[in-house]
Design a protein around this ligand. Structure first.
Ligand code: ZN
Length: 453
């Protein structure tokens, strides 16, 4: 049994039901689980490991990312795709992604995870939907296990190519029986549905314009045969996506997911920029989650998702940085700031989202979207996933009267400490589990090779 005491915390943001913030606080961890949270003077003074934060740090639950495509860090900022909307952006990138390899998936997963962790993320989902040239989801899972991020892996898929009326080229899609067989294999091999799990599985047919309704239904049936396996896809990302649904299925995106059984507490949809009111009410009533990706939605000119409206109707909402080719950053804190700004700009209302509500989306909101009650909040019995940020930094100068709101308002983009499952993964701003310089070099080499084809 090992214990860790974090003491002299200036402000500890619990994100518990009362949204308690404790000043002059301490946190005691035993074997990766939070044992005690409270005032410094009320906690033990000894432990196996002690981190003294000298009254200069804010501690908060680790941030949670609910939508990403790790491999896209290899194709960030490609000149030919910089000024396109969703469908044209995808069409310009599919031929490059056609050259992806198992090594490319492994190395890009490490880079994406490193960028996420250094900016405060402690749990991420990822949606890998390209399986060519021998790629398997194992390539990504092994990379994430090495770095130590809590992970929700999604077995994505594309099965409807251009010749069948889909958007992706035929060369990049799979056969549906192969997808379902591999999904079953991955669930059996990796899915751990226990409390404090470091790895859970989801099934994630990519989007209405790249899979069939049969695959949606069969993936849902397969996921629901294993407790804790969730369902994830892209939905109503922009107007063209809505138009595609109407033309191909004669239904709006909301009616389409309802028809194929993709609503409920075990489902979350990415983007939902163009959801109609009826669907928002349906999602709120059924507990269907949404991954809000404001950076990507603006970058691809998709629009501004009606998040205030969703929250008013009790839709579970978390944040997603989305793939690094459409953001092009993997920074959940920055995404929380964008969510805060976009809600106000969309509603023309300065009360549409407060800085603390943006932090809620990034923590407890993300936990709910991923179906977890053991992360997103700092309280006894929760997983010891937390981050610490020194307030003596230029971005926060002048904002010490409310450093918690300042994390959002002033844009803090890196953390000083990060603990995941009680393990120190970031120490004084440096990753402890990866030789980052070496991986950046490998990643850049692979990115060049991909472009050359
Ligand atoms: Zn996406």
């Amino acid at each position: 049994m090992t214990t860790l005491l974090v003491k002299n915390i200036r402000t500890l943001v619990t994100m518990n039901a009362e949204r308690l913030e404790i000043h002059d606080a301490a946190l005691l961890v035993k074997d990766g689980i939070i044992e005690q949270v409270g005032k410094d003077i009320d906690l033990p003074i000894t432990a196996d490991d002690i981190l003294d934060l000298h009254g200069r740090y804010v501690v908060l639950p680790g941030l949670i990312n609910t939508h990403h495509h790790f491999f896209q860090s290899l194709t960030r900022c490609i000149p030919a795709a910089q000024n396109y909307d969703l469908f044209n952006w995808l069409k310009s990138l599919y031929p490059i992604w056609n050259n992806l390899t198992p090594e490319a998936i492994h190395v890009s997963s490490k880079i994406a995870a490193a960028e996420l962790i250094l900016s405060g993320c402690t749990t991420s989902s990822d949606h890998l939907y390209i399986y060519i040239n021998g790629i398997t989801l194992d390539d990504e899972i092994q990379a994430i296990q090495e770095i130590g991020l809590r992970f929700h892996a999604s077995r994505g898929s594309m099965s409807v190519g251009e010749s069948q009326g889909g958007l992706p080229p035929d060369s990049i899609v799979e056969k549906e029986p192969d997808i379902l067989k591999d999904s079953q294999r991955l669930i059996e091999r990796y899915h751990d549905n226990s409390r404090h799990s470091m790895l859970k599985m989801s099934l994630a047919p990519c989007s209405p314009f790249s899979v069939s309704q049969d695959l949606m239904r069969e993936s849902a049936a397969l996921a629901r045969s294993s407790p804790g396996v969730r369902l994830h896809t892209h939905l109503a990302e922009n107007r063209a996506d809505v138009d595609y649904c109407m033309a191909a299925f004669g239904m709006s995106p909301g009616d389409y997911v309802d028809a194929v059984g993709w609503v409920g507490e075990d489902v979350w949809h990415a983007h939902c920029v163009q959801l109609d009111d009826r669907t928002i009410r349906n999602f709120g009533g059924t507990g269907t989650g949404v991954a809000h990706c404001p950076g990507s939605n603006m970058r691809l000119a998709s629009g501004m998702a009606p998040i205030r409206h969703m929250l008013n109707h009790r839709v579970p909402v978390g944040l997603g940085v989305d793939g690094s080719a459409s953001n092009d950053a993997s920074n959940v804190m920055s995404e929380a700031r964008l969510a805060f700004l976009v809600a106000r700009a969309r509603e023309l209302d300065a009360r549409a989202m407060t800085p603390r509500e943006a932090l809620e989306l990034a923590t407890i909101g993300g936990a709910r979207v991923l179906g977890r009650d053991d992360i997103g909040c700092l309280a006894p019995g929760m997983s010891a996933d937390f981050i610490a940020i020194n307030i003596d930094r230029p971005e926060l100068a002048g904002a010490h009267h409310d450093p918690v709101a300042a994390l959002i308002c002033c844009q803090v983009s890196a953390v000083d400490y990060s603990f995941i499952n009680g393990r120190k993964i970031v120490d004084q701003g440096q990753l402890t589990t990866l030789d980052l310089g070496k991986v950046v070099e490998e990643h850049n080499r692979i990115a060049c090779e991909l472009l050359r084809g």
